[in-house]
Structure formats: structure tokens, C-alpha cells
Design a protein. Structure first.
Length: 144
């Protein structure tokens, strides 16, 4: 199974430790195409896109998104890129699972929470300690 993980990069790297836990867990279920999103070494400047710049990042990521069987997004730290990826995923009828931590004090965008109208697009509130078990439940539920 190809899994696309979305997490904030230029939107801010505050949650990188939780991205690492998510990616590690996701790797039990399939190939995570966007493992780099969880790298400590990746700053909020983004990837070193020396040759083709942001267009190369965009085009590669959209290609990976289209190749994915499921998209998992940590949406607590607001990110334009993650919002865009989720919009593209919905337009392509992809299976999407969004994770949000209310303990952050933030309120999730209505354009994400409000998109959760069927089982293909799910938004799950969670606390940091339960992130692995939440993912286990989700992947159990989409088996078959
Ligand atoms: O360098 C990058 N590499 C990359 O893969 N992305 C993608 C993957 C992330 O899920 C998302 C983050 O968007 P943003 O940088 O706007 O927070 O965009 C985004 C950037 C920088 O915008």
C-alpha cells in the first residue's frame, strides 16, 4: 500500500516529533512516500530544491499523491501545503485520514473538519499518547 503523509513544513515545524511517530507507525502498513516530512533535518525553509525549485517539489508531490492508496495528514499545525494536498486528494476521490490535537488550543479549519462527510474523508481528534492506537484502529477499519 502506498501512503502519503502530510505535515507542515513551511507552516512551521513545531510538531515534527509527532510526525516521526506517525510515519514510523505508518511504515508498518505500507510505503510512506513522503517520509521526508518527518525528518528532523528538514527546517521550515523546506527541501533544498536546488535545480528545479518549488515546481519540482509540487509536481513530485502531486504525482505521489495520485499514486497513493491512502493519505494521512496531521493537521494541528496549519499549513497551506497540507490544505492544498487535502483539496487535491478530495478532488481525486482518495481515502483521507486527518489527525487533530484539540489540546493545542487551536480550532481546526471548517474547510477540513467540514469536509468530513463520508467515510472516505475522516477527521479524528486525538491526544499525543494515543496516536499509534488511533492509527491501528483506522488501518484495521479500512482492511479489505
Ligand atoms: O519542501 C517541501 N516539501 C514538501 O514535500 N512539501 C509538501 C509536503 C507537506 O505535506 C506539505 C507542507 O506544506 P507547507 O510547506 O506549506 O507547510 O507540502 C512542502 C515543502 C515546502 O513547502
Amino acid at each position: 500500500m502506498n501512503i502519503y503523509f502530510c505535515g507542515s513544513i513551511r507552516g512551521g515545524r513545531e510538531d515534527v516529533n509527532i510526525y516521526q511517530r506517525i510515519v514510523k507507525k505508518l511504515q508498518q502498513y505500507g510505503k510512506v512516500l513522503t517520509e521526508h516530512v518527518s525528518y528532523d533535518s528538514l527546517s521550515e525553509k523546506g527541501e533544498d530544491a536546488v535545480l528545479d525549485g518549488d515546481k519540482a517539489i509540487h509536481d513530485r508531490d502531486v504525482e505521489w499523491l495520485m499514486m497513493s492508496d491512502v493519505i494521512v495528514a496531521e493537521v494541528t499545525q496549519p499549513s497551506l501545503g497540507v490544505g492544498y494536498e487535502l483539496g487535491r486528494a478530495v478532488a481525486a476521490n482518495k481515502r483521507v485520514f486527518c489527525l487533530f490535537r484539540p489540546s493545542s488550543g487551536k480550532v481546526l479549519s471548517a474547510m477540513i473538519r467540514g469536509a468530513s462527510t463520508n467515510s472516505l474523508f475522516q477527521v479524528q481528534d486525538y491526544t499525543e499518547d494515543e496516536v499509534e492506537s488511533i492509527l491501528e484502529k483506522y488501518f484495521d477499519s479500512i482492511k479489505n
